[in-house]
Design a protein around this ligand. Structure first.
Ligand code: BTN
Length: 247
């Protein structure tokens, strides 16, 4: 793995996509101490202050069609939980599909972006990881739903220890991704705090309520809606929230 460190970038994902388009190899990692325009799923922003969080993107070239990579974000979520547990002795949960949580608060997130070649095969995937480590003060709009490893443990943590662990777990994840999908997804189901909960599913402006039943092997969330229908919801343009809380 080649790791490029930066003091500040707009977004490590944006930079990684540029490097990938220029031919950077599988396993290239971009880390920034600070992002000026950190991005989350569904066009949201990701608060990325200096000196306190982990903002990291990795370029993968799995040489498969997108259909075979639907579980990639789930695999990264499990790798992040493993890394946090090994570094800091607590295991976060996962709010489907891409948020690491502790209790009802968000610890981190994943932004996966694919570029598909004309052949239909994925040219590259950029997996972006953000984890709040030493933040104790959050902006007002997220203060009630965010946490960091430091707020969970009540003390400052060693950010580099988690970066080192994450890089190791990402390498293991990338080796297992295509051959051990069922095992990875079994662990994801154990970590996923959304299962069994009442959820709101937001697509465009339409909000439906139901119960989260299962995560399928491709990462889709099976929801039984209150009108009695059951549907596999894909992460693409859908946001899932608890009925009363963030999770
Ligand atoms: C989300 O909350 O929906 C996902 C957040 C992902 C944030 C990480 S930080 C590193 C990488 N660069 C970005 O701009 N986003 C991801």
């Amino acid at each position: 793995m080649t790791v490029h460190y930066f003091e500040s970038l707009d977004s490590t994902n944006t930079y990684a996509k540029k490097l990938a388009a220029e031919g950077a190899p599988h396993g290239t990692v971009i880390i920034a101490d600070h992002q000026t325009a950190g991005r989350g799923r569904l066009g949201r922003s990701f608060h990325s202050p200096a000196g306190s969080g982990i903002y990291l993107s990795v370029i993968l070239r799995p040489n498969r069609k997108p259909d075979a990579l639907m579980h990639l974000t789930c695999a990264v979520g499990v790798a992040m939980c493993d890394a946090v547990e090994k570094a800091f002795d607590f295991r976060p949960g996962i709010k489907w599909i891409n948020d690491l949580v502790v209790g009802n608060r968000k610890l981190g997130g994943i932004l996966t972006e694919l570029s598909v070649a004309a052949t239909g095969v994925v040219d590259y995937a950029v997996v972006g990881i953000g984890i709040n480590c030493n933040q104790v003060d959050f902006p007002k709009d997220i203060a009630h739903i965010a946490c960091s490893a430091a707020t969970v443990l009540g003390k400052a943590v060693d950010r580099q220890r988690l970066i080192d662990g994450l890089l190791q777990e990402l390498e293991v994840m990338s080796d297992r991704l295509l051959t051990q999908q069922a095992d990875i997804m079994e662990q994801y189901r154990q970590d996923c705090v959304t299962l069994g909960k009442a959820v709101k599913v937001l697509r465009s402006d339409i909000c439906r309520t139901g119960t989260a039943l299962k995560v399928l092997d491709d990462g889709a969330l099976l929801v039984r809606f209150d009108n009695g229908t059951t549907e596999a919801v894909n992460s693409g343009e859908v946001s899932v929230r608890g009925l009363w809380d963030y999770c």
